[in-house]
Design a binder for this molecule. Structure first.
Ligand code: ZN
Ligand code: ZN
Length: 543
């Protein structure tokens, strides 16, 4: 066996490595050569080639002086290593919240030990940031640790509970997810197994896994290319994800849509050769007589913009213009897996928005079932046409107590909020407070925007039609919400404009959501909201 002091001495000798460590690199690999008793900085690929498979994520907090304080599980592990782990953590330089450093080959059972920093203990609720920092810090730390181990080819990842097993599961399961169905099998990253380590709270861990799995399902549906995720293919995917959980799925064809006179939807779908599909999904977890909550998802499986064609460089990401529908499927699956005592109905209108000789024209007028007429001013605002039909149909046929629509509605919302929060509109103060609280808990936050008459007037003052799918002036997200409010009748309503958060992760702001993959948001927030509404007495946190 080697002596601890000798190892530490060796670390300090390797000034070059220490310099790297002090540069606070987010991902760092330190490899120990037992024979030569020397440390090396190593790249992930060379580590992966060594054929070792087990890794563990262990956490520590920082005290007021920035010194590490080990979590109970990490403390035990450190004792097992006769204090060597703590010395490595201390000597490896300053730590920041969410940071991970992997120490490889320092212990017999686990080839890689990923140490993650949780920041200060008892961070709690940050009112200005509208987030529960203690939960988010666990997600961030677990996500960083998981990405770090995964990149080295670790096949079995063990995670200690980090004080919050539910969030540890979410961070880890989201962090290791990749979309690689179209990659040669030889070049795919192995999907690691995840296991809770030294923590009795398996129930919370499992709940976190279900929630992350739902978000990953939405991510997979969104990331699939549009030629493989047509409206028909989406409905097949939805059936295979939902029916085994006891959820009822009805798939309607074009004839049915004509019989229901869903003219707005049919007009938007007309430009494509792919037949449109309308899905109705039922989950009954509550008493039969209880009114359901309706989830309405916009699901344009490819949005080229139609005759108002989008610029080429950003067109490909609009394969995820069905992220609203994907979120509906994911939330309903999670509701079933978590056995939420609530009734849900989901409606998803699936189509493509393409230019062709059959496509809708600028200036065309559509007459809806509630008598309102709409002029198409921009064919790229097909969401306005589709959602109007979906909302009318859902409210008239299912008489829900709350309608939540998830829609990639306007680019304006991304200019306004970026990927920080989902633009939220509501006609109910209570529902807004509930979804805000849900966002605080999940870290996938909501920000309220006005649903004022000011904007309603700007969508409706026309000489020969009632409404227009663009409206007048600035503030497109608010104009879009105002337009939709004409199709909402006497029911609580949450409109989530998800263009900013529902597409690709363009940076690494969330360590548990890998850059360049779809984000699958706001799935966990909606699951949390449903949980709060289903079990109001179990969610009395001070948010
Ligand atoms: Zn669209
Ligand atoms: Zn569009």
């Amino acid at each position: 066996m080697f002596s601890l002091s000798k190892q530490v001495l060796n670390i300090t000798r390797h000034a070059r490595i220490l310099k790297q460590i002090n540069a606070n690199a987010k991902l760092l690999y330190i490899r120990y050569d037992r024979e030569q008793n020397r440390f090396y900085s190593a790249d992930a690929v060379s580590c992966a080639s060594e054929g070792y498979k087990k890794g563990i994520i262990l956490g520590h907090y920082l005290n007021e002086n920035g010194e590490p304080v080990l979590t109970p599980a990490c403390c035990k592990f450190n004792e097992k290593m006769q204090g060597r782990l703590l010395e490595l953590i201390v000597k490896s330089g300053k730590w920041k919240r969410g940071q991970c450093r992997c120490f490889n080959n320092i212990e017999d059972e686990f080839w890689s030990v990923a140490c993650v920093c949780l920041g200060q203990k008892n961070l709690g609720y940050n009112i200005l940031e509208a987030i529960d920092e203690s939960r988010e810090s666990v997600r961030e730390a677990a996500g960083s640790g998981a990405q770090c181990l995964h990149a080295q080819g670790v096949a079995h990842i063990f995670v200690e509970g980090l004080g919050r097993p539910e969030q540890a599961a979410e961070g880890t399961a989201l962090g290791v997810w990749r979309y690689q169905e179209f990659k040669n099998k030889k070049h795919r990253m192995a999907v690691p197994t995840l296991e809770l380590y030294d923590d009795p709270d398996h129930e919370s861990w499992q709940r976190g896994l279900y929630q992350a799995e739902a978000q990953n399902l939405a991510r997979r549906l969104c990331d699939a290319p549009a030629n493989h995720m047509t409206p028909t293919a989406f409905s097949h995917e939805a059936i295979s994800s939902l029916c085994p959980c006891g959820i009822k799925v009805d798939v309607h064809d074009k004839d049915w849509m004509e019989s229901q006179r869903l003219v707005g939807f049919l007009t938007a779908a007309r430009g494509s050769c792919e037949p449109p599909v309308f899905m109705e999904i039922h989950y009954c977890g509550g008493p039969v007589e209880e009114k359901p909550i309706a989830l309405v998802g916009k699901s344009t499986t490819f949005d080229s913009g139609g005759l108002c064609l989008k610029p080429c460089y950003q067109m490909s990401k609009y394969r995820a213009d069905m992220s609203g529908g994907a979120a509906v499927v994911a939330v309903m699956r999670a509701a079933a897996m978590l056995s939420l005592p609530i009734n849900l109905v989901g409606t998803i209108a699936l189509s493509e928005n393409m230019p062709s000789g059959m496509a809708m024209r600028v200036g065309d007028i559509v007459k809806y079932n509630n008598g309102l007429t709409v002029e198409i001013q921009r064919t790229d605002q097909e969401g306005h046409l589709i959602l109007a039909d979906s909302l009318l149909y859902t409210i008239n046929n299912h008489k829900p107590r709350l309608v939540i629509d998830m829609t990639t509605m306007t680019r304006g919302i991304r200019h306004l909020l970026g990927s920080a929060a989902v633009g939220t509109f509501s006609n109910s103060e209570y529902m807004w407070k509930q979804i805000r609280k849900a966002g605080v808990i999940t870290g996938d936050r909501c920000w309220r925007l006005p649903l004022w008459k000011f904007y309603k007037k700007k969508t409706s003052k026309y000489t020969y039609v009632d409404l227009n799918n663009r409206g007048h002036g600035q503030g497109t997200p608010c104009l879009a919400a105002a337009y939709l409010s004409y199709f909402i009748d006497c029911v609580d309503w949450l409109h989530l404009d998800t263009t900013g958060i529902g597409l690709i992760a363009q940076n690494r702001i969330y360590p548990y959501l890998t850059k360049d993959y779809m984000m699958g948001r706001p799935v966990r927030t909606v699951i949390q909201l449903l949980y709060q509404l289903a079990c109001p007495n179990e969610c009395d946190r001070p948010y």
